[in-house]
Design a protein around this ligand. Structure first.
Ligand code: 26W
Length: 805
């Protein structure tokens, strides 16, 4: 986009007047932020409209990425960068006496997700727009995103994330595209005069689905795609009039609330039946609304739905939108009059499914009675899909009942959503090579045998625009100055940095950039938490959801060990380090919350003990999310990717750190395996059990955590200290749960088993870090090799191998 400072200034001033009747001198920062956002929307509107018109006139095949989560974070900076007007706007605002950075900080994070899966969806829509792929994101406009985390006395305290408390300038409500989603009711079957069976749902509960569209601008290519988020509303007055007129006003309004509750909050607690029901409602709600709007668009164009798969690819991000399979069948059969076989052919060829985890707890299963009651017609269709599928199995395996029983979509009174997704898709992919192999050979082995052409790998990626250009403008400038700007559109060209890995002057500049990012993070930590950290110490960072398999516990055990070492020998030579953590724990996950308490307890003791003399510091940064990640990741020297091998499907934080020049300490898990292959043994520190060993132990037992404890004095000492409340500020039984997990429960994540190997790997890190030049060379190699992990690369593969666009 072409824009000069003067034009921008006058546009901005006019905007403040038309929106708020204020001048630059009278308007506060919030109004200025809103006006700037609205102005950006104006700037994008032409291209947004033009993009849609172009896709239509070119009859382009469309990709719809269905995801229950989109962790998009803030939009202002990425919009400015993508339109190529950040400098002009910065200058213009400066001349008007306003700091762009201050305005940017007013924008709340759109925290519509809780972890890697949601952030992946955000990177994917960014890449689709930047590659000019006609891709639309379909999700839910949660009134409240993932909870806001505060740490009080070391405990996680959750409060609602009211991200819409100031109006969302980026969204456009599309009343014209609203549609109805039906829950409950009774399916009535009747034979038509044409000899066909018709199904009509009677006495259902109608819920109005209203879409809000947000722009997804591509990087300087004139493309603006759409993220469409659905909101649940009551149709009409929204409350029970009979009740209202009887004077029971509050009850009447309560019924409105239960409708709004469908899209009220991300991930309601699904440990209770009520929570589960709500989640299933959410899944059906947005899947049905999304599919209805796709079909409506095609019908408007007069495109025959029997060829749907030629014009549309529907991608389901994990099983959360897996109801797309029976819902598309329902729409095609019940509403469009298609026969079963052609509807099935269209459905399977339209839908693709990505699996993101093998953890049993995360594999969705719905109880039949609940499913049937909420979605009676959909349940009938699932039963029919399963009847036909098990019929095929029976023919193929000569009636082998064991096979049928283990692969049946409906089993032991539950509907297995992963199986439904596999049967109803033409493509099933894992998110890193190792993960895909585990799916094919272990978890979903029999499905891979039955559908050998369906399974494939698509290693995750990250948007280099957000995670390098936006989060780290200093490094971006250094790269531009060294190899030009070509890498911004073709990230693989970061490899051209390879020729600087022996260049002393370049490495020195690289160190200066890293130090600057560490300084920035240090002052943020000082302002927010009042803790002083030393930017010249090694910044050792672990940021990700808190989960026992990710082993934040292993990290903090290592800190406790180091602390003991300092206490035993106050003169011990220890490479000064700052251990930084950021993580949210699911509200009902006690062990995870207990781990946060442990980290904070150790931090208190270590940070205040004068004997430590500042050699080690521990900081837990609260409320980790996209914006905080953008501050922390560029400041990392060491990236902690220490999950139990085989458990982390891919990881994407590992790629973000690498791209920002951190060196990784890792187990051979998820995409770490591929990072290791890219950078080679000398530029990553690998430790711990392999996934084969982990799986071997799982299958054959033979591991005793207690035995490990008996053999390792360092560990038994630490556990003893935890028991007796040595790390102070916490009652003696505070960590009972963790101790039980590690010992009596024979920790399935092998934390103690990997401890020794981890300590040795950390000693290696300390040694390497003392040689500043060779460390920065490792850092440079990591950046140079990171281009393959751009989500542009990943999306190109989805586009050619799955979506055929
Ligand atoms: C109960 C439903 C449920 C279960 C798990 C909802 C959400 C989850 C996740 C937290 C799923 C998730 O974020 N998985 C992560 O996906 C990333 C993108 O593929 C991977 O890089 C991570 O390894 C994987 O944990």
């Amino acid at each position: 986009m072409i824009l000069d400072t003067e034009t921008f200034k006058s546009d901005f001033k006019r905007k403040l007047i038309t929106m708020y009747r204020q001048s630059v001198d009278t308007a506060g920062d919030t109004l200025k932020y809103m006006a700037l956002g609205s102005l950006m929307m104006d700037y994008m509107s032409g291209a947004w409209h033009e993009t849609e018109t172009r896709y239509q006139s070119e009859c382009r095949k469309r990709v719809y990425y269905f995801s229950l989560e989109f962790l998009i974070g803030r939009l202002m900076d990425s919009a400015l960068i993508n339109l190529g007007i950040r400098d002009v706007v910065y200058e213009g605002l400066k001349e008007l006496g306003t700091d762009l950075k201050l305005l940017e900080d007013i924008e709340p994070d759109a925290g519509l997700g809780n972890g890697g899966l949601g952030r992946l969806a955000a990177c994917f829509i960014d890449s689709m727009a930047s590659l000019g792929i006609a891709g639309t994101g379909i999700g839910i406009r949660y009134r409240f995103g993932l909870f806001e985390q505060q740490i009080k006395n070391g405990y996680q305290i959750e409060s609602p994330d009211n991200w819409l408390k100031i109006a969302n300038v980026w969204e456009t409500r599309r009343d014209d595209e609203a549609c109805m989603v039906k829950f409950g009711g009774t399916p009535m079957l009747h034979w038509g005069d044409d000899g066909r069976l018709y199904v009509e749902l009677k006495d259902y509960e109608p819920i109005l689905a209203v879409p809000y569209d947000m722009p997804v601008p591509g990087f300087r290519n004139g493309t603006v795609n759409t993220l469409r988020l659905w909101s649940a509303e009551t149709d009409g007055p929204g409350f029970d009039f009979a009740m209202f007129s009887k004077g029971d006003h509050e009850k009447a309004i309560e019924s409105t609330n239960s409708v709004n509750a469908i899209t009220n909050v991300l991930y309601p607690d699904d440990s209770t039946e009520r929570g589960k029901l709500l989640r299933l409602k959410q899944e059906y709600f947005f899947t049905s609304a999304g599919l209805q709007s796709i079909l409506k668009g095609l019908k408007r164009e007069g495109f025959p739905l029997s060829r749907l798969h030629e014009r549309v690819a529907v991608h389901i991000n994990d099983t959360h939108p897996a109801l797309a399979v029976p819902e598309l069948m329902r729409l095609l059969i019940d509403e469009e009059g298609m026969g079963w076989d052609s509807a099935w052919n269209v459905t399977v060829n339209t839908i693709g499914y990505t699996n993101h985890t093998i953890l049993a707890e995360a594999l969705e299963k719905w109880n039949v009675p609940m499913f049937k009651k909420l979605l009676p017609r959909i349940y009938m269709i699932v039963e029919e899909i399963n009847r036909r599928f098990t019929g095929e199995l029976s023919r193929r395996y000569n009636g082998d009942w064991g096979k049928l029983a283990s692969m049946s979509i409906i089993q032991d009174g539950v509907v297995k959503m992963a199986y439904l997704a596999i049967v109803g898709s033409h493509s099933v992919n894992g998110v890193a090579e190792l993960h895909t192999e585990i799916l094919k050979n272990q978890e979903l082995r029999s499905f891979n045998e039955f559908y050998p052409d369906r399974f494939n790998n698509k290693t995750n990626g990250i948007s280099h625009r957000r995670w390098l250009m936006q989060a780290n403008p200093e490094l971006t400038a250094l790269i531009n100055e060294s190899i030009g700007c070509g890498w911004q559109k073709e990230p693989e060209r970061l490899s051209e940095l390879g020729r600087f890995t022996q260049d002393g002057a370049f490495l020195e500049k690289l160190r200066a950039v890293k130090l600057e990012k560490k300084r920035q993070l240090s002052s943020y930590i000082h302002e927010r938490l009042g803790i002083d950290v030393d930017p010249s110490s090694l910044f050792d960072i672990q940021v990700k959801r808190l989960h026992m398999y990710k082993r934040q516990l292993l990290n903090i055990l290592h800190v406790m060990y180091l602390y003991n070492k300092i206490c035993d020998d106050p003169k011990a030579e220890i490479q000064p380090r700052t251990f930084l953590f950021g993580a949210k724990a699911f509200p009902g996950y006690q062990l995870a919350k207990n781990t946060i308490k442990l980290i904070c307890t150790v931090a208190d003791r270590v940070n205040t003990d004068p004997a430590v003399k500042g050699r080690i510091k521990v900081v837990f940064i609260p409320n980790y999310g996209v914006s905080i990640a953008e501050k922390m990741i560029p400041a990392g020297d060491l990236s902690e990717q220490i999950s139990t091998a085989s458990k982390e499907a891919s990881g994407t934080g590992n790629m973000k750190f690498m791209m920002n020049g951190a060196v990784t300490i890792a187990t051979m898990d998820g995409a770490n395996v591929e990072i290791h292959r890219e950078v080679g043994d000398d530029n990553i520190i690998i430790f711990g059990m392999s996934s084969d060993e982990v799986i071997g132990y799982q299958n054959n037992g033979g591991y005793s955590a207690c035995e490990m404890l008996g053999k390792d004095a360092r560990l038994s000492r630490i556990i003893g200290q935890m028991k007796e409340g040595y790390f102070a500020a916490a009652p003696a039984n505070e960590f009972e749960l963790i101790i039980k997990h590690l010992t009596d429960d024979n920790d399935p994540y092998f934390t103690l088993r990997d401890f020794d190997s981890y300590v040795k790997a950390q000693e290696k890190v300390s040694g390497l870090y003392t040689d500043k030049v060779s460390w920065s060379r490792m850092s440079a190699v990591n950046i140079a090799r990171s281009g393959v992990f751009s989500s542009d690369n990943t999306i190109k593969r989805y586009a050619s191998e799955i979506w055929h666009v």
